[in-house]
Design a binder for this molecule. Structure first.
Ligand SMILES: Nc1ncnc2c1ncn2[C@@H]1O[C@H](COP(=O)(O)OP(=O)(O)OP(=O)(O)O)[C@@H](O)[C@H]1O
Length: 312
């Protein structure tokens, strides 16, 4: 089966900054694939190479079997790409914005009117379609942007951090809409630094850090990389620096990260059974005022693989 998208050996540097190095993965038709990594990990640079906006220093991209470098028009016609920045006309309505983009894509007038209705329904904005863009919330504008990328019926939808800076109602509408599209057979590449979103929407996830894919697999495969360890969140009262140093030496603690002035996140073998040892370890420096033990999730895997949290 021809992949909806495949890339191999992608590399891009900006001066001295090696933004992406040796990135390769593929997305099957109808598969939802997530790129999960903190800000600056190289997600946008990777996507920019996949959609033909940035030329890679090396590597290749195929969209539905077409080489992006040799036949960019055919390859790009199969992609719906939604960048982080919103590029819409504030004085036009949502529907008019979509009409403008549909004409740019060269869609015939009558088919376009029908397609705009379908797309408005998909992004949950049918009832606000005739309001001007400058009366929309940031999230509604993002939803129109997603709609614009869907007009030409792409086989692969690429969303770059689609929920950053949007209100909760739009966030829900975006995630619900994306799930419907995937259920309808669309392949998806979804980037985010929000673990919960990637866990919810994606069948397979690549963890990207410092321009490299450090692991990829299903949620289950990735989480099992942490083994039997649990994630433990502690809140400390006292000298958190010295308490943190002590916690790192406790037997069973695999990874430790400061997540705030008084908060620490640990990956540790033994989970809740280790709590007494952790509380004892910090004695003399601080006291533990709250403790939470959670089952491993993608964030625990990220912590395990990279030694940092997704949001630091
Ligand atoms: N045009 C550019 N010129 C110079 N450096 C750049 C440029 N674009 C990206 N970078 C650098 O490349 C690295 C990867 O950036 P990129 O935007 O791809 O990361 P990201 O994971 O998408 O993060 P974000 O979500 O914050 O955009 C960063 O160190 C960034 O500063």
């Amino acid at each position: 089966m021809t992949a909806a998208m495949s890339c191999a050996g992608l590399r891009k540097s900006y001066g001295d900054v090696l933004a992406v190095q040796d990135v390769g993965f593929s997305i099957a038709p109808g598969e939802a694939y997530g790129l999960l990594g903190p800000n600056g990990a190289g997600k946008t640079t990777t996507i920019s190479m996949l959609v033909g906006l940035v030329r890679p220093d090396s590597g290749a991209v195929h969209i539905c079997g077409t080489d992006l470098a040799t036949d960019p028009m055919t390859a790009k016609s199969k992609i719906g790409y939604v960048p982080q920045e919103i590029a819409l006309y504030p004085e036009l309505t949502g529907r008019e914005n979509l009409r403008f983009f549909g004409r740019l894509f060269g869609l015939p007038r009558r088919a376009l009117a029908r397609r705009i209705d379908e797309v408005l329904d998909l992004v949950g904005l049918s009832d606000r379609a005739d309001g001007k863009l400058d009366t929309y919330s940031g999230g509604m504008k993002r939803r129109i942007n997603i709609g614009a990328a869907l007009l030409h019926g792409p086989e692969l939808l690429i969303l770059d951090e689609p929920t950053v800076g949007v209100d909760p109602q739009s966030r829900k509408a975006i995630l619900d809409g994306v799930e419907r599209l995937v259920a309808g057979g669309m392949a998806l590449l979804y980037t985010s630094h929000y673990m919960e979103e990637v866990e919810r929407v994606c069948d397979r996830v690549a963890i990207i850090d410092h321009g490299r894919i450090v692991a990829d697999g299903t949620r289950h495969e990735l989480v099992s990389m942490v083994g039997s360890a649990d994630k433990i969140k502690l809140t400390l009262d006292g000298d958190a620096d010295s308490a943190f140093a002590k916690l790192q030496t406790v037997e069973g603690v695999l990874e430790a990260v400061r997540t705030g002035t008084a908060t620490v996140r640990l990956i540790a073998e033994g989970g809740r059974y280790l709590l007494p040892a952790l509380i004892t370890a910090v004695e003399g420096s601080a006291s533990v005022t709250a403790a939470e033990v959670v089952e491993p999730d993608l964030e625990a895997t990220f912590l395990h693989l990279t030694g940092s949290t997704l949001r630091d």
